[in-house]
Design a protein around this ligand. Structure first.
Ligand SMILES: NC(=O)C1=CN([C@@H]2O[C@H](COP(=O)(O)OP(=O)(O)OC[C@H]3O[C@@H](n4cnc5c(N)ncnc54)[C@H](O)[C@@H]3O)[C@@H](O)[C@H]2O)[C@@H](O)CC1
Ligand SMILES: Nc1ncnc2c1ncn2[C@@H]1O[C@H](COP(=O)(O)OP(=O)(O)O)[C@@H](O)[C@H]1O
Ligand SMILES: [K+]
Length: 496
């Protein structure tokens, strides 16, 4: 799914209107889509307090007030009675509700916190038209609303957020439990500093012009199931283990054998034909007894001291690797001799960062840094938006794929396109989850998924399996190994 900028969405709205629907009818469609969602998801709510700004986001709120009222619900509308004028479509909708006796229209200052049982707050202050941070009365009312325990729904965007950039640190932003957004994710929903205001995001289709959407160029995408279905290759029946590639997971050190064990297991569970583990001898018994399907190749006693090169294999290097001097040398020697794409994670990245050897990464390789590893590799940035910009520069400069791991991991391609992942959950914030991702990526690459596709599919699959694990075991209790056991269910769902 494409992500557009605020300006591109504005153009898309205009293109849709030029195709024949009036702007006020488009607003009606948007409001109707929200009301339909609310009807399904807030069945027992009697009362809606709808806060409206003076632009078209406010217009959506005013139209929703009428539609919800027609469904027999109690509605109070709050507006800034001193404002200089509403947008024309908002004005049409304001006039429509002025004719309805049962809808109270109040000033923001009339809001008080008493008696709010079975009530929901709707935020229709601002959408993508916000052009400065909230101030004055608007800031006060949003701060007051944020203190209430009443469920809160933002229309299109939490008010106070910009679509495409970070907000200043001291900004006031409406803190939603749900954001009902029209047609597209906005980039700010996907970054930690700003995404935290969105709650659960629902993308509602309001029928914006498909031709326009197809043609408009963007470098930003959300990974959705439609994209995954174009990538996934069902397994060929006339095949043998050689058809599905050779994955070699390299890692583990004394006390950290589990890391490479989890990578090995996830590579197998993702479909790798032949799977090898290169780990120190102290891991032999552990790995052979836990994962009998994998072949063990010992290197060093307690720490890896050599990475042997095999033909036609994909290497995933780093989980539990450690940073012993001989392990560092093993990595340098390997990267000197090996020029095919590899997956590099964890200590493999830390070694390259600390020794200034980043340029030795083979072209088209995949690196999977979490924010701290990224900082060690490429330096400090002020926030996640800047971090992403730097990652784009580095992916292009080094001609590699960077998977910037986070709540919404971003896959950054060597030509600077960005694919945000929206599967996954906080149950995955446990040591071991990253090791599982390394195994998945190595396995997909060894099965000859193109590298970009392996990255996109890999992060999605990882998160999706994590979501299934959370459903069964809870976010607290789910383990990275539970996630691995759910990979199969995700594959099965792709065959539906
Ligand atoms: N254009 C269209 O056809 C559609 C627009 N829709 C809605 O319209 C929204 C965009 O509407 P607009 O472009 O009118 O923009 P907004 O409604 O987001 O806000 C714009 C208004 O707020 C003022 N403003 C901006 N920042 C402010 C601040 N910090 N304090 C006080 N006032 C501020 C602007 O001067 C302008 O008057 C979307 O987010 C969506 O909710 C939907 O109805 C779908 C169709
Ligand atoms: N809150 C979260 N929401 C979604 N995914 C998460 C969350 N926390 C961690 N993850 C995922 O789990 C993995 C953690 O990787 P990493 O930090 O390298 O941990 P490890 O120590 O297991 O290697 C990443 O793929 C990351 O995207
Ligand atoms: K809003």
């Amino acid at each position: 799914m494409k992500i557009l900028t605020a300006q591109q969405i504005r153009d898309c709205d205009s293109a849709t209107i030029e195709k024949g629907i009036s702007s006020v009818n488009l607003m009606e469609k948007a409001a109707r889509a929200c009301v339909e969602w609310i009807e399904i998801n807030f069945r027992t709510t009697h009362k809606f307090l709808i806060f409206c700004g003076n632009g078209n986001n406010g217009g959506d709120g005013l139209a929703m007030a009428r539609l919800l009222y027609e469904k027999g619900l109690d509605i109070e509308v709050f507006i800034d009675k001193n404002n200089k004028g509403f947008s024309s479509d908002a004005n049409v909708n304001l006039k429509r509700i002025k004719h309805i006796n049962g809808i109270d229209i109040k000033s923001f200052s009339d809001f008080s916190m008493t008696n709010k049982d079975k009530t929901v707050i709707i935020d229709a202050f601002f959408g993508y038209g916000l052009n400065r941070k909230l101030s004055g009365e608007m800031k006060n009312i949003v701060e007051k609303l944020n203190l209430t325990k009443i469920p809160k729904i933002s229309i299109d965007m939490p008010s106070g957020l910009f679509a495409d950039k970070i907000v200043e640190k001291d900004s006031t932003v409406f803190k939603a439990d749900f954001t009902l957004t029209f047609q597209f994710y906005k980039r700010s929903f996907l970054h930690p500093e700003t995404g935290t205001f969105c709650g659960k995001i629902e993308v509602l289709d309001i029928g914006l012009d498909e031709d326009f959407i197809d043609e408009i160029e963007t470098d930003y995408f959300v990974i959705d199931e439609d994209l995954i279905k174009t990538i996934y290759k069902p397994r060929e029946e006339f095949s043998n283990k050689g058809t599905f590639g050779k994955s070699i997971l390299v890692g583990g050190s004394y006390g950290k054998i589990g890391a490479v064990l989890m990578s090995t297991l996830s590579a197998l569970k993702t479909g790798s034909g032949l799977t090898f583990t290169i780990a120190p001898e102290c891991g032999n018994m552990i790995i052979q007894s836990q994962v009998p399907e994998a072949m063990f190749m010992g290197s060093g006693e307690r720490y890896i001291d050599e990475i042997g090169i095999q033909e036609k294999a994909v290497y995933g290097i780093g989980p539990g690797f450690g940073k012993e001097e001989k392990t560092q040398k093993a990595l340098f020697d390997f990267l000197k001799a090996y020029k095919d794409p590899v997956v590099l994670d964890a200590d493999a990245l830390n070694i390259l960062a600390e020794t200034g050897n980043i340029k030795s990464i083979p072209k088209n390789s995949v690196i999977t840094p979490h924010p701290l590893e990224f900082e060690r590799l490429f330096g400090k940035t002020e926030n996640s938006f800047e971090r992403l910009e730097l990652a784009k520069e580095k992916a292009a400069e080094l001609q590699i794929f960077i998977l910037l791991k986070d709540h919404h991991t971003a896959v950054i391609t060597p030509d600077k396109r960005v694919f945000y992942n929206v599967t996954g959950n906080s149950g995955m914030a446990k040591g071991g989850s990253g090791d599982v991702l390394t195994g998945i990526l190595t396995s997909l690459m060894s099965q000859k998924y193109e590298i970009e596709k392996a990255c996109i599919f890999g992060v999605w699959l990882h998160g999706k399996a994590g979501d299934l694990a959370a459903e069964e075991f809870s976010k607290e209790s789910m383990l990275p190994t539970d996630l691995v056991q759910k990979i199969g269910e995700v594959f099965k769902s792709l065959l539906d």
